[in-house]
Design a protein around this ligand. Structure first.
Ligand SMILES: Cc1cc2nc3c(=O)[nH]c(=O)nc-3n(C[C@H](O)[C@H](O)[C@H](O)COP(=O)(O)O)c2cc1C
Length: 195
């Protein structure tokens, strides 16, 4: 892949919030996770742990735990983005995962300065790999709160997540249902090149 193709891949990736029921292949999920594992990581510590949930019923259940903790009062004006109204702004939404049949959970240490950037570097690698495989994806926050319930704690025990780790984010995976969202123009004035 040359630099133009790479930039096009980045430009064409969109956060998808409407998914077909069709499940992705296990092979594709493995490739997405492998991309996450190869992300840059603070101090070369390779601390993040990624769990792939290749099960639509479990993905839906975790999505419900995720939205249960969505505090709209912390948003400016109770919606996520002024410029890009989204179905996440629908207060009747019952899952934070929009019907995605698969989800990857990125865990990282609760008490490490670069834990959050580490996890989101994984997520970025993962959504780009998803794009290259023709999959739809979306990064989702609120990992920290999602597993607080007894149900969430049971999953963490079942997945053998190391002590002191916390979910930092999710990567939804599936196939786009409906037309692809169009890209938003980039804001002016965001770039400086010194020297
Ligand atoms: C740190 C971070 C947290 C995000 N959390 C959510 C989320 O909880 N729910 C959601 O629908 N999208 C979430 N997104 C996706 C953004 O809303 C999305 O990237 C942004 O609107 C730009 O759209 P695009 O990805 O299609 O270019 C998140 C993205 C990032 C980087």
């Amino acid at each position: 892949m040359d630099s133009t193709e790479l930039l096009n891949l980045m430009r064409e990736r969109r956060s998808i919030r409407k998914y077909q029921e069709r499940q992705i292949s296990r092979e594709d999920m493995e490739k997405v996770i492998e991309a996450g594992i190869w992300a840059p990581n603070a101090g070369g510590g390779q601390r993040s742990v990624i769990v792939g949930v290749h099960d639509e019923k479990l993905a839906e259940a975790i999505g419900k735990l995720n939205i249960a903790h969505f505090d709209r009062s912390s948003l400016a004006g109770s919606y996520v983005s002024h410029e890009q109204p989204s179905i996440i702004d629908d207060p009747t939404l019952r899952s934070g995962f929009y019907g995605a049949p698969s989800v990857c959970v990125v865990f990282a240490p609760a008490n490490f300065l670069y834990s959050i950037p580490d996890a989101f570097c994984c997520a970025e690698n993962m959504v780009l790999m998803a794009q290259s495989l023709g999959l739809a994806s979306c990064i989702i926050a609120r990992g920290e709160e999602t597993f607080l319930s007894d149900e969430g704690q049971r999953l963490i025990a079942q997945w053998d997540i190391p002590q002191g780790y916390i979910a930092r984010c999710f990567v939804l995976l599936g196939y786009l249902d409906g037309p692809a969202p169009s890209p938003k123009p980039r804001h002016e004035g965001r770039v400086r090149i010194a020297g």
